[in-house]
Design a protein around this ligand. Structure first.
Ligand code: SF4
Ligand code: SF4
Length: 305
């Protein structure tokens, strides 16, 4: 089989397994993006996310993760749900966290895909990740033609918009690379205009001002800065504002993964309900949900604003 044929079969398998889009890039270093990322961290824009201060050499060059790596398969999985969380009578959770955590769903899919790749090419070695390792996931996806990083810094696919999770398989075999994706933001500035905390400058985010960071990454014992607290707009876990206003999300299609569907009982949370919630109830309602990450104490802190 030619390199092109193997690449085609691998992408086909990825779609059969349930991924929404697949692209390929080489394992060459990501020097430009790594320079930008390291400068961003040096400015402190990553806040308390200390893992971002480590493993720079792996982010820059995946061959420091898997010696002999030749290619990276970049995958996107659509998680959009056909439900609009409207009205301001309740607290809001980011769409990605309405159902089961993608860390529960995607790794078995990646394991299966790697096994299929190894059936096709037995000598192939691979390492897979989905937000679980030191990779510049959005940069990889961009170079693999899966989508471009919008001015809000999320990855946007032409076909599905930005409601996608990203995953990668680093491989020791040569595959046919795709051309990089083109930036299609044009003159639009909707995300920049809509962000309530002014966390965005085009193509860059100050995480320490972003509601997602403040509600998820900031430990429960830390207070949300007084200057930002009044701007949280009812978000208690993540924030979707910059993606909700993006014109590329107008044509999103519902995800085929049933586990991402919203859990009815968590869709209209009120401050009083969270105030009353004990650990047992929190653990039951958010079992295998990303919301567990903020812990009950974090959710109470966020809903107190
Ligand atoms: S997620 Fe919300 S706070 Fe963060 S950049 Fe987007 S609009 Fe701003
Ligand atoms: S809202 Fe406009 S500028 Fe922002 S990411 Fe979407 S297309 Fe790009």
């Amino acid at each position: 089989m030619t390199r092109k044929e193997v690449t085609h079969l691998i992408k086909q398998k990825a779609i059969e397994i349930g991924f929404s889009k697949a692209g390929v890039t080489t394992a060459e270093p990501f020097d430009e993006a790594a320079d930008r990322f390291e400068a961003w961290v040096a400015r402190g824009a990553h806040g308390v996310m200390q893992w971002m201060e480590r493993d720079h050499e792996k982010r820059r060059d995946v061959r420091n993760i898997l010696p002999g790596a030749k290619s990276i398969l970049s995958l996107a999985l659509n998680y959009y749900q056909d439900y609009q969380d409207e009205g301001d009578d309740h607290l809001k959770i980011s769409r990605y966290a309405w159902g089961t955590d993608y860390h529960e769903i995607i790794p078995p899919m990646l394991r299966e895909l790697l096994a299929e790749i190894q059936k096709l090419v037995p000598e192939a070695e691979g390492r897979y990740y989905t937000d679980t390792g030191p990779l510049l996931e959005k940069t990889i996806a961009e170079r693999a033609g899966v989508g471009w990083q919008g001015k809000h810094t999320n990855l946007i696919t032409r076909e599905l918009g930005s409601w996608v999770f990203l995953a990668e398989i680093i491989l020791t075999i040569e595959l046919e690379p795709d051309p990089p994706a083109e930036d299609l933001c044009g003159t639009c500035t909707r995300c920049l205009d809509a962000c309530p905390t002014d966390a965005l400058t085009p193509y860059e985010i100050d995480a320490t001002r972003c509601i997602s960071y403040l509600t998820i990454e900031l430990k429960p014992e830390h207070k949300i800065p007084e200057s930002l607290a009044p701007k949280m707009d009812g978000w208690i876990y993540g924030c979707d504002i910059c993606q909700d206003v993006c014109p590329w999300n107008r044509f999103s299609e519902p995800s085929g993964i049933a586990e991402f569907a919203p859990r009815e009982e968590n869709l209209h949370l009120t401050h009083e309900e969270i105030e009353r919630m004990d650990q047992e109830e929190f653990s039951r309602r958010f079992r295998k949900s990303p919301v567990k990450r903020t812990k009950l104490a974090g959710l109470k802190r966020n809903s107190d604003l």
